[in-house]
Write a protein that binds this ligand. Structure first.
Ligand SMILES: Cc1ncc(COP(=O)(O)O)c(C=O)c1O
Length: 370
């Protein structure tokens, strides 16, 4: 199996698995218990928290663990509106479902939602965005790297505009965290462990000091009373170790990914078009289309290569991706697109071999009866 679906999830780093194991097995204490064992687990969680904060790299804030980025985003958005008299959210039409579905829920509570359009390059028009961010706006929510097409929005500029308007800025940094520097400016940053070679089921929300959205999960008062529920030392330690490794290896991983991206494009060869900006992008995400291709069929024909149509959610629904539609592709062009995602553990040879097979299968498909 050649794994080219790094945006859906990433393989667990061996260092992370090793760091997590004792907390599943002999060190099973409840980290909120006052026993010696409990305190040891709590201390390990605090070390992990420090590592995540360091990898996020923004000063003057604090990180709280959650079950993943979806929960962190729900918390940030719903909690901000619960605390604010302002009634407007400005976001982008190509955000992840965690943001867009929460925005839809807000609309039912009579909150105005502006979904900024994007151009064929997948990027917003900054002037249009600035015109919408005003004194009615409580929150601007924008992702750092798009999960489907890899393009990078101008997060720092949006954060500045939000601040000038007295609003807060949430950055869904899931696909950029640990891979790129998070630009300074956001007040709230959501991250997830399983996109950076950590375990599934853990992530969290970084909050600038003084910006603590209202709690959405009530109970035992863990995480400074902001997010209740017994923390899993194993998952938290796993995220901490994944963040530490990502920070340590960021430049080496970025250089590797850049090389892989060039190799993939050169191997696919002619007839393929990259969806979204060629310049403002994370290189480990290559969403490509080919005239007449049936992407779903290609994926089922090439069972030994794991790749996808776009987001895992869009793939399941059978509906064309909202991101590809937003960049102006019609149904046919959207269905002829596939996403190749690679990273730290992808070998050059396996990538070349996979791209060759993808290209050959696509050419073969063009000659088959529909
Ligand atoms: C951009 C983006 N935001 C949010 C999420 C949700 O993260 P999690 O799986 O931790 O809930 C994902 C993962 O699919 C993502 O790619």
């Amino acid at each position: 199996m050649i794994y080219l679906d790094y945006q859906a999830t990433t393989p667990l780093a061996p260092e992370v698995a090793a760091a997590m194991r004792p907390w599943f097995e002999e060190k099973f204490a409840n980290p909120h218990s006052p026993s010696t064992w409990g305190r040891e687990a709590a201390a390990a969680i605090e070390v992990a928290r420090g590592r995540v904060e360091q990898a996020i790299g923004l000063a003057g804030g604090r990180f709280a663990f959650t079950s993943g980025a979806t929960e962190a985003i729900n918390w940030a958005i719903k909690g901000t509106f619960e605390d604010s008299l302002r009634r407007k959210l400005v976001t982008i039409s190509t955000e992840h479902a965690a943001v867009l579905d929460t925005a839809e829920w807000l609309e039912k509570q009579d909150i105005e939602v502006v979904r900024l359009k994007v151009g064929a390059d997948g990027l917003i028009d900054l002037d249009e965005a600035l015109a919408h961010i005003d004194d009615k706006t409580a929150l601007v929510a924008a992702m750092l790297v798009n999960n489907e097409i890899g393009v990078m929005q101008p997060v720092a500029r949006l954060a500045q505009a939000a601040r000038e308007a007295g609003a807060l800025m949430l950055c869904d940094a899931v696909q950029g965290f640990g891979r790129l520097a998070i630009p300074d400016g956001p007040d709230l940053v959501a991250v997830s462990a399983h996109k950076i070679h950590g375990p599934k089921g853990v992530g969290g929300l970084w909050m600038r000091s003084g910006t603590e959205p209202a709690s959405q999960i009530h109970g035992g008062g863990q995480e400074l009373g902001m997010r209740s529920g017994t923390l899993s030392p194993s998952l938290c330690v796993g995220l901490g170790e994944a963040a530490r490794l990502a920070a340590e290896r960021r430049d080496a991983d970025a250089a590797h990914v850049e090389k892989l991206s060039q190799l993939a494009l050169a191997t696919l060869g002619q007839g393929w078009t990259v969806n979204g900006s060629l310049t403002d992008r994370y290189r480990g995400n290559l969403n490509v289309r080919r005239e007449g291709l049936d992407g779903a069929r290609l994926i089922s024909d090439l069972r030994n290569i794991a790749f996808s149509l776009g987001s895992a959610c869009a793939s399941g629904s059978g509906r064309p991706s909202h991101v590809l539609r937003a960049i102006g592709l019609n149904d046919r062009a959207a269905r002829s697109s596939v996403r190749l995602g690679f990273g730290r553990y992808t070998g050059e040879d396996e990538l070349v071999s996979a791209c060759r097979r993808i290209n050959e299968a696509a050419i073969e498909q063009a000659h088959l009866p529909a």
